[in-house]
Write a protein that binds this ligand. Structure first.
Ligand SMILES: Cc1cc2nc3c(=O)[nH]c(=O)nc-3n(C[C@H](O)[C@H](O)[C@H](O)COP(=O)(O)OP(=O)(O)OC[C@H]3O[C@@H](n4cnc5c(N)ncnc54)[C@H](O)[C@@H]3O)c2cc1C
Length: 430
């Protein structure tokens, strides 16, 4: 059995480890923090709030790698699959505009869905359809070097279409603004979501906390296949000899008996380890973007839908977990240094404007979770530097949502990068 050390226990490290375990490798996974999950985990319940996630995570029907991974660890039934695309968008005053597509007659059902999205005028809906028809024939690489805003302007999308549709999609999927996002990345995910079959655009939401969705069962899978998981053990540096990594030092141990190592940490952690190791590997440069989630525990629940997108609001999405709701803001730079009390106050006022049925008296308690480096920004510069990064050097392999998977910083990119790293390790050991 070949021995592989995997550093980092987020989606990328766990998917790497599961695929390696499946292929007869003896995995030792080292995770620096006391818990698995990285940027997608559940927070325990010592204060009577109940369990909740660090941030609401949305998966989509086009997350093929993630679906295959969850199937392997037997937790796919913990996801709720929409039967067909249906997103209720809200304007102030509680007016709902639904973006939905029927179950049958793909792709005509999508065109029909856009025509039914009355947050846009008839002329704007035709312009959006024009945009999608052009997308079919557009090569994403041709958009290299331009931002989404420039692309939308060039496609004559109105200010209202940008506010009531495009901005919501860009901020939701890329965690950045239309001004910063690369049109190349956006076009490739639009193609994945809307042009690859009927189910691709549907929303999948975990029915359980994130740790229950994948951390616990992935960890069991690895152990059942002879692997080990060591928490609270941080990789510090490594040694290279003749292009082969020979030693890895952590804050607890030195390891020198292994065949390969996979680093599945965020880019900034990998860069730090490389620096401490005096090694000449250059990592891509990223700017990061925060996400803020506010969880409100309620005494009663007046919300009818599972989730809502808010048009032109300080809150982007509201998720209904019955005993509590989660308010999510992407690209949340404005909020990162703001007091939690102030954020809650602002958000509750905003909720009252969008949901006339909502009254602040039903709030029992609240939690604010700020994730400062939630995702890297998929701007023009990062697209270029991701392409240049080499993720296999001798017996050293790299995974993580930031590897050049062609996808933005998402669960799907992390899981795909993990499967790719495992594949490269296995090929190199043959
Ligand atoms: C609030 C929030 C909301 C999000 N929403 C969505 C969403 O709706 N849909 C979606 O697809 N994606 C979403 N994302 C992004 C998604 O969570 C990430 O893309 C994904 O979890 C990244 O996984 P990863 O394994 O690549 O990295 P990470 O999850 O960051 O895992 C890396 C792990 O490496 C460990 N580590 C770092 N350095 C060391 C070291 N030196 N030694 C040992 N261990 C180390 C870290 O502790 C961490 O556990 C969201 C992210 C956040 C924060």
């Amino acid at each position: 059995m070949k021995r592989v050390i995997v550093i980092g226990g987020g989606f990328a490290g766990l998917s790497t480890s599961v695929y390696l375990s499946e292929n007869n490798c003896e995995v030792t996974l080292l995770e620096g923090s006391p818990k698995l999950g990285g940027r997608a985990y559940s927070i325990g319940t010592d204060t009577g709030f109940g369990s909740y996630d660090n941030g609401q995570h949305i998966l989509m029907g086009c997350y093929e790698e993630t679906i295959a991974f969850l199937k392997k660890i037997k937790t796919l039934d913990k996801l709720n699959f929409q039967k067909n695309l249906s997103i209720p968008f809200l304007r102030r005053g509680g007016i709902i505009f639904r973006l939905s597509a029927d179950k049958y007659f793909y792709p005509l059902n999508l065109l029909h869905g856009i025509m039914g999205y009355k947050a846009l005028s008839l002329k704007e809906r035709f312009k959006v359809i024009d945009f999608f028809l052009d997308l079919i024939f557009c090569d994403s690489c041709d958009l290299n070097g331009i931002t989404v805003r420039e692309w939308l302007n060039c496609k004559k999308q109105s200010g209202n279409s940008i506010k009531a549709l495009w901005e919501i999609l860009v901020v939701g999927a890329l965690n950045t603004t239309v001004e910063k996002a690369s049109a190349e990345v956006f076009s490739s995910i639009l193609k994945k979501i809307f042009l690859e079959g009927n189910n691709s655009a549907t929303i999948l939401l975990p029915e359980v906390g994130l740790s229950d969705l994948y951390c616990n069962d992935a960890s069991e899978y690895i152990k059942e296949h002879g692997g080990k998981i060591l928490l609270s053990e941080k990789a510090l540096r490594f040694e290279f000899e003749n292009n082969v990594l020979t030693k890895i030092q952590t804050d607890k141990n030195i390891y020198d008996k292994f065949d390969s190592i996979v680093f599945a940490t965020p880019a900034y952690s990998f860069e730090k380890i490389v620096f401490e190791s005096n090694c000449n590997i250059s990592t891509p440069e990223f700017q990061y973007s925060p996400i803020v989630n506010v969880h409100l525990k309620l005494s009663e629940n007046p919300f009818k839908e599972r989730f809502y997108g808010l048009i032109d609001s300080k809150i982007h999405w509201v998720f209904n977990h019955h005993s509590h709701i989660t308010l999510m803001v992407s690209a949340a730079d404005r909020l990162i240094n703001m007091d939690s009390e102030q954020i809650i106050d602002e958000f509750v006022s905003e909720l009252e404007k969008y949901f006339p049925i909502f009254q602040r008296e039903i709030i029992v308690s609240s939690k604010v979770i700020k994730e400062k480096r939630a995702t890297f920004i998929p701007d023009i510069a990062s697209s270029a530097s991701r392409k240049d990064f080499i993720c296999c050097i001798g017996n050293l392999f790299v995974a993580g949502d930031w590897i050049d998977t062609g996808l933005p910083s998402t669960i799907e990119s992390a899981v795909l990068s993990g499967r790719m790293a495992a594949h490269n390790v296995i090929s190199s050991l043959k």
